[in-house]
Design a protein around this ligand. Sequence first.
Ligand code: DL6
Length: 826
Amino acid sequence: EWKSHLEPKKNDVESIKKDIVQQTLETVCRNPYNLDNLAVYQATAHTVRDRLLQDWNLTQEAIHDQNPKRCYYLSMEFLIGRALDNALYCLQAKDNYKQSVKDLGFNLEDLLEQERDAALGNGGLGRLAACYMDAAATLDYPTWGYGLRYQYGIFKQIINGEGYQTEMPDYWLNPNGNPWEFPRTDIKYEVQFYGYVATKVNEKGESRMSWEGGDRVQAMAYDVPIPGFGTKGCGNIRLWSSKPLKTFDFASFNDGDYERSVADQTKAENLTSVLYPNDNHNVGKELRLKQEYFFVSASLQDIIHRFKHTNSAWKDFPDKVAVQLNDTHPTLAIPELQRILIDIEGLEWDDAWDIVTRVFAFTNHTVLPEALECWSVPMMEKILPRHMQIVYDINLFFLQKFEKVFQNDRDMLNRVSIIEESNPQQVRMAYLAVVGSHTVNGVAALHSELIKTELFSEFIKYYGPDKFINITNGITPRRWLYQANPMLRNLITETLKSEKWVTHLDELKGLKKHAEDTAFQKKWMNVKLQNKIRLADWIKRNLDITVDPHALFDIQVKRIHEYKRQFMNILSVIYRYKNIQLLSEEERKDLVPRVVIFGGKSAPGYYIAKMVIKLITTVAQVVNNDESINDLLKVVYIPDYNVSLAEIIVPASDLSQHISTAGTEASGTSNMKFVLNGGLILGTVDGANIEIRDEIGAENIFMFGTLSDQVADIRHRQKYHGVPIDPNLQVVLHAIQSGEFGGFETASVFGPLINTLTYGGDYYLISADFEQYLDAHDRVDALFKDTTTWAKKSILCTSGMGFFSADRATREYADKIWNLKPITLE
Ligand code: DL6
């Protein structure tokens, strides 16, 4: 009866218009005399949401009926960006929507601009999670994401009048409701904190530990539909929001104590109110630990609830459920599942541990020591007393087994212990994740090697190498080419005579045979020019800086971090500027004009990174106002870099920079986005740059710098013999110190930054790499003058990127780790 009333939504123009009008009147409650872009955006979004919901229901029904093994991707971050444009493409309804909106007197592109980015992530790790959800939906895998519904995503970055970063809260949730989520008021779980551990006798008369007392909050689910491309299906990310168990303390209210009456509510809601704004940096704050536990507790309760519906036995749990831990942030899921199995479900330790270690797999995203999560034991004992006991037991049993293999090596036991014997003691979350998972993966070939030889080298000796694998990251071609670069999309489709490449990215290799075709090169480079004009217009409109779209656009956009070396980039810009000043009119004619574009946020408490931003903005001020250099150089800082801006920036690059100190950038994913869009890259021999080189050909990438296996030696030498400052770098540092950028007072502000090179030991090897870096820039300039060769390389870049599709990466996870098959959709 129910199904017979289900009328599938139609995507012809008349039906769409009817739906938009209806949503405007009935959901947004506005009438034709009282309309603006925001209201029509909301109505339009609701019509799209209805269409997604149909696919969502179809998928969930199919999963329910087929009851396959399911995978859950646990990630504290999902950096999704905007949803409307992406959904329209996935539904293959963009053209008809454009027409419908036009007929109703609006412009679809203006409506798209109304949407706030869902920015529930810091950078690469969160964006990767979003790409994998897109791929899993496209490939019909029964995969759900689990995350937190932060009320405030990553902060909004303002560059103030003095050129410093300041932060504003990102209230991304539209007060009139977010059309891209479905609140599930009926899906709620209690989450406990603090309290104590007692012994209790269960129904079978067995003595069991029990976590008692403490505080409780509620986790409520919000579902975010994730459309796939070219499928009838639709994926899901379930985000948890914290709510008080009881909203209101009536007793206090009646006593006139208003503040107390709402205190519990505020305290509970605070838990998921804000995303911690650190990328590759661990701060060890109590609220963050609570967020992590809240997240895994709610997710596991939900997963178990669903599993129990299938009436399967616990021993079958690992055949029905795979859980991927996106970095260590959800690692508490390991002791939490063990706790549920032994304390609540009554399993024996060994049986429970066997289940746990067959369910979880762990992705490591960093080898930087400052990013590795450690939680103080006293803090854990206070907030999660039972988990702390379980972690001790996990460690004890692991060390006992380890000791049998490596007898009498106390030092080694200390090194692999999950508990670090510091003061206070710390729980090493990465070690807990390794011990509790069946598979550990790194995110690019070099990174996965470093994991084996450095980070977890002692564990390999015990487990053998098979537990540690590589799955090189991938990006979704839907958002990062099809949607972000419509002109290139059309040219590729027209050339390959098919759109198959959108879901089979290897098809791009079909472009290779056109790489030397002059007519094709012309069309290709015209697309690039149009995208550069689009970005130049954005820069003019938003920053009032004029840049010439014919200049070489040289872009570095990513989180600001010492290891990513934006500092080295701006130092080379100063070098370039000073060189231009020295040249005669005649010599200048030979120069390639450059626009150097930076973007990215610094963690609010990261002083040195903030100084790098200040240096870039100060140099920009001076260079952009120096008429004597005839626009041969422009420097632009794009504030508040986010997914939506990346969609405009990435297609517009001639050159992008990925110049981390070798061995520090686990993979990088923006490198993939730029190359996919025909941008050449200037990069170090690090992360996925290496595999990009192997795929597109070494002759199509500008590579330079120290190799990762040389870094330790250089650091050692610098530590004991001081840092030999490169002579060109010396000139640049002198220019800064003598006040050429912002005067003497500003120069002193840069003191601590310069000290990181000189007295600080130049840990990131800027001086050691500087000469090679400048050489690489010379090679870039020389090649850019040869427009034909540049065009050929640009085409070869795109054509070689098939491997870096998120579809390939997701399939690898499904085959090598999750043992997961796609569902069938009728
Ligand atoms: O794997 C996604 C992304 C990599 O591409 C970056 O190279 C890496 O820095 C980043 N790692 C993190 C680690 N954060 N923590 N915690 O964001 O992951």
